[in-house]
Design a protein around this ligand. Structure first.
Ligand code: GLC
Length: 479
């Protein structure tokens, strides 16, 4: 009953608006450091990762951080009892620090579920744009371990550390999401002026000392994350408006509004960070250049394979951060997304937003369970694979096993239950002679004929239906 009331209250007070979306960079610059190249190559083999947006905002179920941004966009609207007045609202928002107490926080439970689903890396919001640090930083007291935050007395108070430790134990690659903009820092939104939009609210060129303080603050926070949190493989930096002015792409809408040079000296950050974490993959998203080691299309899948490393970050629900009653994608939709992305050579970073109590919505666990059952049977066609022409035809998607003569054909289904046609025609290139075709998970032989460019598979009647397969059938083609 209480839950229902909260749900109702939430839908009255706050809307589930989509957040602003980062575009994908048009250019790519390969890293020159061989240790970075190696790590990046390993990361590309992992294919499936877990993203988590979590902060004090999860208590209100609003669009993470954005409601304190003074822009008039659908995702920045302020609702609720404090919404009418900006300053009152920000005060109440920052006060969320004093009620954040996610006592159900148990990262081992997340690792278990993510591992079963076949996820191999994790990216966690150590700090979002609102500036609330989910780690024990010494640079500010707007943080999870400050005595004002009730959770600070919990043995697992240093949330980032606990998450990284738990996932490292299971050999996940570890990614730190870090927002470059910090709307709590007095050196980003200087209280002398009102904040006007998401950007720095003074001209750094006119106030270089103030900007230097902000640069040092960011450098120090990243330094802490690179020093005290074990192995970190990826530094995933969001908030692309914090960038050198000469990197602005004026064809992108949100970049047009950047008036000031917001250079935080990425070379200095990278040098320090990579000294502490050799081979660190840096993802200065949308700032194409040596520090954007992979591209991050957001809530979308590129139409074709790209000629450089990439990852689609996509929400499992509709929102990045927790919203009560959020509508989650079905296991079928998620598996199809994974197949599509992998057939184009990318990785899927799937987001789940933990709730204010410190746990996920039960629906998220059940999705991961279903995905895991599919992965158990078909994962061999996903991991370590590369894209292979023609990539897809109709609802069939291809991957190629790395360094061996095996191609996997994924026939997706729009239902959990897979029904196959009697004949499947595949148009593959450069295949001399097919030596074997098996349908993963069926234990049944299939017959085929082939010539240089076409394979005709006959599916026996008893395998077309009631084959026990879910989400997508996978044919393993050896040649
Ligand atoms: C969008 C959202 C931002 C979120 C990011 C994740 O850009 O606006 O809040 O962190 O997506 O990729």
């Amino acid at each position: 009953m209480k839950k229902l009331f909260l749900l109702l209250l939430n839908s009255i007070l706050f809307c589930t608006c989509y957040a602003q979306e980062h575009n994908m960079s048009a250019n790519y610059v390969s890293p020159t450091d061989v240790v970075v190249q190696d790590k990046l190559e390993n990361w590309q083999k992992l294919k499936f990762g877990l993203f988590m947006h979590w902060g004090t905002y999860s208590q209100w179920g609003v669009v993470e951080s954005w409601s304190i941004c003074p822009e008039d966009e659908s995702w920045t609207q302020r609702k609720g009892p404090y919404g009418a007045d900006y300053n009152t609202y920000v005060k109440a928002y920052e006060n969320l620090q004093t009620t954040f107490n996610p006592v159900k926080f148990d990262p081992d439970k997340w690792v278990k579920a993510a591992k079963y689903a076949g996820m191999k890396y994790v990216v966690f919001t150590t700090k979002h744009h609102d500036g609330f640090s989910m780690f024990d930083t010494k640079q500010t007291d707007y943080k999870i371990t400050d005595p004002k935050t009730p959770f600070s007395s919990n043995p697992k108070a240093n949330i980032t550390k606990e998450i990284f430790k738990a996932f490292s134990k299971e050999n996940f690659m570890i990614g730190a999401y870090f927002s470059k903009p910090d709307w709590h820092s007095k050196n980003y939104w200087w209280p002398y002026f009102p904040a006007k939009d998401r950007n720095v609210n003074y001209d750094p060129a006119k106030h270089p000392d103030q900007w230097q303080k902000f640069k040092d603050f960011s450098y120090n926070q990243i330094g802490e994350l690179m020093t005290d949190y074990g192995r970190v493989d990826i530094l995933w930096m969001d908030g692309g408006w914090v960038r050198p002015k000469n990197t602005i792409d004026t064809t992108v809408d949100w970049q047009k509004a950047i008036t000031f040079n917001q250079d935080i000296d990425m070379p200095r950050i990278a040098e320090m960070a990579r000294k502490k974490q050799p081979g660190l993959i840096m993802v200065d998203r949308t700032v194409a250049g040596p520090y954007e080691n992979y591209a991050t299309p957001e809530q979308q899948v590129p139409e074709k394979p790209l000629d450089h490393p990439w990852e689609s970050c996509i929400t499992m629900g509709n929102s990045w951060s927790y919203v009560p009653g959020d509508k989650y994608k079905s296991a079928n939709e998620i598996v199809t997304l994974l197949i599509k992305i992998v057939s184009r050579g990318g990785n899927l970073l799937m987001n789940i937003g933990p709730g204010p109590d410190g746990d996920w919505d039960p629906v998220a666990y059940s999705r991961l369970q279903q995905i895991g059952s599919w992965i158990k049977v078909n994962g061999e066609g996903i991991y370590n694979s590369t894209a292979v022409a023609p990539y897809s035809e109709g609802n069939t998607y291809y991957t190629k096993a790395d360094k061996s003569n095996i191609i996997y054909a994924f026939v997706t289904s729009d239902k959990d239950e897979v029904v196959l046609p009697a004949n499947i025609k595949l148009h593959l290139q450069d295949i001399n002679q097919v030596t074997n075709i098996t349908l993963l998970g069926s234990g049944k032989k299939v017959k085929w004929t082939s010539n240089k460019s076409t394979i005709n598979i006959s599916v026996p009647a008893e395998v077309q239906t009631r084959n026990g397969l879910t989400q997508a059938a996978v044919f393993k083609i050896q040649y």
